[in-house]
Every structure is written in C-alpha cells, then in structure tokens.
Design a protein around this ligand. Structure first.
Ligand code: ADP
Ligand code: MG
Length: 342
C-alpha cells in the first residue's frame, strides 16, 4: 500500500525560518541579562507558530532578534543562528537585515497608534510602501492602498482613506497596521500581541482576519501572545516560553489537550474561557524569576507544585516524554509522573 510518505519523491522543503540555539543578552547597570538562552524553532512557509508565555518570558526579544530590532547598544545576539530563506540573519549586518525585513518579514504589534503618524491621512501612510519600495506613482499607490483597506475590512474605505489615525477605533487601527504589513507580500508576518489592547470580540475578528489573509497569501506567521486562548484556533504549532527558554513545543491542539510541562498546565488553567462558568481561575502562584539570579535546576521549580530535589538541581533539556505524540517536546524531568498523558 502506498502512503504519502513512501511516494514522496523529494525531501520536505527546508523551513522558511529556522532559529537555532539563539542567545540574546542585555548589558544593564545590574549586570548582563541573558534574555534568551538556547531558543530554537522552525516555521515552514504557510505555517503558523504561536509563541506563548507569561510577560517577561522572552517573546518580544525573540521577535526583535529576528528583525534586528534589539535596542542598541544594550542588546545583542550572543550566539546561535537565525536562518531565513537560507541567510543567517544573526551573522548579517543590522542594516542588511533591516533592508531584507522591509519586504520579506513584516511586524505588527500591540499599539498601532505608536507606529502610525498622527498628522498624515491613512491613505498616504498605507500607500507609502508602494511609493517608496516599488516606486509607484501617487495615484497608483493610492489605488493600491484603497484596495488593501478594503481587503482588511475597513468599512467605507473609499471615504475613510482620507481620515487620520485618531478617527479610527483600536480594532480598525490594527486592521490598518495589518494592511501596511501585508502590502509588499511578506513571506513571514510576526504579530506581537496584536490584539492585547482590544476587547474580546474584536480580538477574535482580528485573529480571523490574520487567518484569512494567510490562507490567501500563503505567508508564514508567528503569533506572539501571553493569552493562550486567543491563538488557539489560528496556530498549528506552539512554543511555550519561560525565563528565556522554550519549555514546551508541539502541535498546538496536543499541547493544549496534553500539556507535558506544569508551567503550560498552569497557563492553560488560567485562561478565562477555559474555566467552566462559576469555576475559579487558577493563576500560577508566584512570579517570573529575575534573570540576573535564575533559580538553580529548572527555572520554574520555585513555582512548581511538583518540584523535587532533582528538579531543584538539574536543568531540564527539551525531550520527548514517553506516551506523547512525536514532535511534542517538554523541558520537564517529571512529565510522565505528574501529568500522565490520558
Ligand atoms: P515578553 O515575553 O513579555 O515579550 P520580553 O521579550 O520583552 O518579554 O523580555 C524578556 C526579558 O528580557 C525581560 O524580562 C527583561 O529581563 C529582558 N529585557 C527585555 N528588554 C530589555 C532591555 N531593553 N534591557 C534589559 N533587559 C531587557
Ligand atoms: Mg512582549
């Protein structure tokens, strides 16, 4: 019997983005902070990876490192590779990475107002990449901008194109940012907490827009969020971060249904939508560690209900726990014991 696997004639394509063993450091007056330590993940063309974790776990720093946006001179890449389309962005000069990112990698983040210019009409700003990067004339660029605004669902785009940023709601402004991000057909879109400032209904609409655009364009996406609920329906895989490391990764459904790390379990238990009506949310006790004084062993152990002498002394590596599906990895010594795969 032939299977897809046995009839495949060419090897699977190399991932679009392959982050390998990435380390990022910040020099601060209190010492050198290692904000990322050994971070690695792949994103294939057309795929969506969710990067999740509590505030301060290293999600934004990961995005900044990929796009050469680490604050200089304090922040720097201290090791590892960021292979994008075969080029190691970690080894290229910042200016070259910025240039590459201007067309191939797009970024949207939480606060669209800070990246929109208050004194220019929306149409002018959305048309800008077409004029500047593609050398289009004013009229042609304006027409492209209008097309984009319609595509991201701005109502009455024909007239609203003349409005200024403050005349739009938060959700509409995020739509405008998304229009600007997809203008030049990026291969990868990184969305860092794109819906955190928005109310729940609008959050879902923006996530749906991103998913629709991805289906149309085939771009890859990295969705960054502290809220595991928001990305559940859009992402295929998840990487869960804690204290600058990835502590669990796998298919998002599997990770949510069968978490193999107590931290992930804790994050899932604190999602409002996941708790039954009347049931109390259970936030993870304690707070994220100080990166200048990381706990010994597993960085999560002071907050972990399952900590033992071993987890207090041994730094756990990502591994495949027995019983979980292939490709599901967790950095916990005790997955099988404390979170049996049911
Ligand atoms: P989040 O997961 O909330 O996006 P970040 O990636 O922004 O977290 O930050 C991760 C950690 O990196 C922070 O907790 C902080 O210790 C460190 N960090 C980030 N930016 C800086 C900076 N500009 N200077 C010093 N440390 C920083
Ligand atoms: Mg962040």
């Amino acid at each position: 019997m032939s299977t897809i696997e046995s009839t495949r004639t060419s090897p699977p394509a190399a991932p679009l983005l392959s982050v390998q063993n990435l380390a990022v450091e910040f020099s601060t007056s209190a010492g050198v902070v290692r904000a990322l330590d050994g971070v690695g993940f792949d994103v294939a063309a057309g795929e969506t990876l969710a990067i999740l974790g509590e505030s301060g776990s290293g999600k934004s720093v990961t995005a900044q490192a990929i796009m050469a946006l680490l604050p200089k001179p304090a922040g720097s890449i201290a090791g590892g590779r960021i292979l994008f389309d075969g080029v190691d962005l970690a080894a290229e000069p910042v200016a070259r990475v910025r240039e590459l990112c201007a067309t191939a990698i797009a970024l949207i983040f939480q606060d669209p107002l800070s990246s929109l210019n208050p004194v220019f009409r929306i149409g002018y700003q959305v048309a800008e990449p077409f004029r500047r990067r593609l050398g289009m004339g004013k009229r042609e660029a304006w027409a492209k901008a209008l097309e984009l605004l319609k595509r991201v669902g701005i109502p009455d785009a024909d007239t609203r194109i003349n409005d200024y940023p403050h005349q739009f709601s938060g959700g509409q402004r995020q739509r405008i940012m998304i229009a600007m991000a997809i203008a030049l057909d990026p291969k990868l879109l990184i969305a860092d907490e794109p819906t955190t400032a928005l109310d729940v209904t609008v959050q879902a609409q923006i996530m749906k827009l991103l998913a629709d655009l991805q289906a149309e364009t085939g771009m890859a996406m990295i969705l960054i969020s502290h809220d595991l609920g928001v990305v559940a329906d859009v992402a295929e895989r998840a990487a869960i971060m804690y204290a600058g490391r990835i502590v669990e990764t796998g298919r998002i459904r599997e990770v949510y249904d069968h978490p193999a790390h107590p931290y992930t379990k804790g994050l899932l238990d604190s999602i409002p939508s996941a708790a039954a009506v009347g049931e109390r949310l259970k936030p993870i006790v304690g707070s994220p560690p100080n990166l200048l004084a990381l706990p010994t062993g597993c960085a999560f152990h002071p907050r972990c209900p399952f900590a033992t002498e071993a987890t207090r002394t041994t730094v756990p590596e990502l591994r495949h726990p027995e019983g979980w599906e292939p490709g599901h990895l967790a950095a916990c010594l005790r997955s099988e014991k404390v979170l049996p795969h049911g």
